[in-house]
Structures are given as structure tokens and as C-alpha cells.
Design a protein around this ligand. Structure first.
Ligand SMILES: C[S@@+](CC[C@H](N)C(=O)[O-])C[C@H]1O[C@@H](n2cnc3c(N)ncnc32)[C@H](O)[C@@H]1O
Length: 266
């Protein structure tokens, strides 16, 4: 492609900006200001893709109150706290009867974690009392059998925020799947968003690993989008349906009386 001087200059400036952004991100990682590296710290029972997914979910969903059932050494607790710290908000309470197994240094929890000694479902109310309500995200990774998983989801369900999520680990276990299906039968207001990861681990006769996400309530997409725009959302959103800066620049879209129209040249 032949570019004139202005075009070449713009391309070079663009390149410089991208390189600076890349360096900035490397620097943030190096200085520990992006804590995604928390996923590489062992020990944890979760496979790498599940660790990445839980970090991404906490970053993306920005929960303020998180409950973790089943903590063991604290591998997932460390990831959750790293993501909360990167978000700049949120607190997590972990519930496990074997608290002496926990081995994450306090400085890696960033003051965002409290470990409660106890069993689900009996001690869930105590853990919730320390966390406060409504809870935005519950991570269930305790005893991976049908009866316990069902008791865990039932125990937390009434504390969740509208639009809050339940994340179940070891979703490939047939007992966990059956527990979710049973739970769904009695809770029509819960949406099953499915299994988000695909790395099943075989430990016959059952499979382990995998994260399954459930949401309380129907998708509140409109509310999420509206609040993202704040007071910048025009009354007539239809006029923006075809808005795109690049499409405007290349003539794929034209502005006609404040509306953006797609120019179909085929
Ligand atoms: C698979 S480990 C948790 C691993 C941790 N989430 C991670 O990825 O780093 C399961 C833990 O659940 C705990 N546990 C078992 N039954 C429980 C119950 N009823 N309530 C709370 N924790 C339980 C066990 O003590 C064990 O530490």
C-alpha cells in the first residue's frame, strides 16, 4: 500500500504508541501491579485453564463480596485476592474445616481475605455474617460428590445478589453435574451458563476439573449496558446502531441527519 508522508507519519506514530503500551504492560507485570502471575503459584488442585478462568472471571465480573467454600492450601484464594486487588475492590471469605493446611503468605492476600474454620452447609451463615450480603460470587470447591455439592449450592443460594454468580469446580464430575441439574429443577430463577473450560482430568471412574457458572436471575444485560453509559446514553439509541469510527472513515457507514446508515455497495 502506498502511503503519503502524512500517512507514513501516522503509521509510525501508531507503532510508537503500541510499543509504549506494550512496555507499560510489561513494566506493570514486572512491578507486580498486574497480578495475573498469581495463577502460576502452586499448590492448588486446579488446572491452568481453570486458574486462568477464575482470575479472568473475578477481573471481569468485579464482585465486591466473594465466598469460597473449600480452600485447602489457598491456591484459588490467592488468585481471587490477586484479581480483587487488580480490580481495586472486593473482599473474600473462605470456609474450610482444615485451616491449618492454608499456606499463602498474608501479603499475597492484600487484606482482602478472611479464612473461617467450619463446614458447609452448617457454617455458611457464619461465613456470610463476616462477609455481608448480598454476595456477588460464590466459588464452590469442597467435597466433590453429588450430595455435598447439592448441599453447598442450596446453602448459598439465598444470599446471592440478583445477577450474582455461583462458580462450581470439578464440573466434569458426573455427581456435580447431577447436583447442578437437581438444583436447577427447584430454582427456576437460576440460569445455567454452562461449563466454561474444557480440560477434563481423568481419575477413573470419574472426571475432575472444569468450571461451571450459574447466574441468579435472567440476564440483566440492559441494566448493565445502561449503567455503563451513565448519562451518555441517548434516548434514541437506534441512531447509533451502525456507528463505528473506522466504518465511517472508510465510507462503509455514513452520517445522515444524526443517524448512522450502512452503505451497502454490493
Ligand atoms: C479441592 S480442595 C480446595 C482447593 C482450593 N479451592 C484450590 O483450588 O486451591 C477441597 C477442600 O474442601 C474442604 N472441604 C471439604 N468439605 C468441606 C465442607 N463441607 N465445607 C467446607 N470445606 C470443605 C477440604 O477440607 C479441602 O480443603
Amino acid at each position: 500500500m502506498n502511503l503519503n508522508i502524512k500517512g507514513r507519519f501516522r503509521k509510525a506514530a501508531f507503532e510508537v504508541v503500541w510499543r509504549l503500551r506494550f512496555l507499560e504492560n510489561r513494566l506493570r507485570l514486572f512491578m507486580g501491579l498486574q497480578r495475573i502471575e498469581s495463577i502460576f503459584h502452586r499448590p492448588t488442585d486446579m488446572c491452568e485453564s481453570d486458574r486462568l478462568m477464575i482470575y479472568a472471571l473475578v477481573r471481569g465480573l468485579r464482585p465486591k463480596r466473594v465466598l469460597e467454600i473449600g480452600v485447602r492450601w489457598g491456591g484459588s484464594a490467592r488468585i481471587i485476592c490477586a484479581a480483587l486487588q487488580d480490580n481495586g475492590e472486593g473482599f473474600c471469605v473462605g470456609l474450610d474445616p482444615h485451616v491449618h493446611d492454608f499456606r499463602v503468605p498474608a501479603r499475597k492476600l492484600y487484606g482482602r481475605y478472611e479464612l473461617v474454620c467450619g463446614y458447609s452447609p452448617a457454617d455458611v451463615p457464619d461465613a456470610i455474617a463476616r462477609l455481608g450480603t448480598p454476595v456477588d460470587l460464590v466459588f464452590i470447591d469442597a467435597t466433590h460428590i453429588y450430595a455435598c455439592a447439592l448441599a453447598d449450592v442450596n446453602a448459598v443460594c439465598s444470599y446471592l445478589a440478583e445477577g450474582g454468580h455461583i462458580l462450581m469446580h470439578d464440573a466434569f464430575h458426573v455427581g456435580i453435574d447431577a447436583a447442578v441439574r437437581e438444583f436447577m429443577k427447584h430454582n427456576p430463577d437460576i440460569e445455567d451458563l454452562g461449563i466454561l473450560t474444557r480440560h477434563a482430568h481423568q481419575d477413573m471412574p470419574v472426571m475432575y476439573q472444569g468450571l461451571r457458572l450459574l447466574r441468579v436471575g435472567k440476564a440483566c444485560t440492559q441494566q448493565i449496558i445502561t449503567s455503563a453509559y451513565g448519562d451518555k446514553l441517548p434516548e434514541d439509541t437506534k441512531r447509533l446502531w451502525n456507528y463505528n469510527q473506522y466504518s465511517l472513515k472508510i465510507g462503509q457507514v455514513r452520517e445522515i441527519d444524526g443517524r448512522y446508515e450502512y452503505v451497502d455497495e454490493n
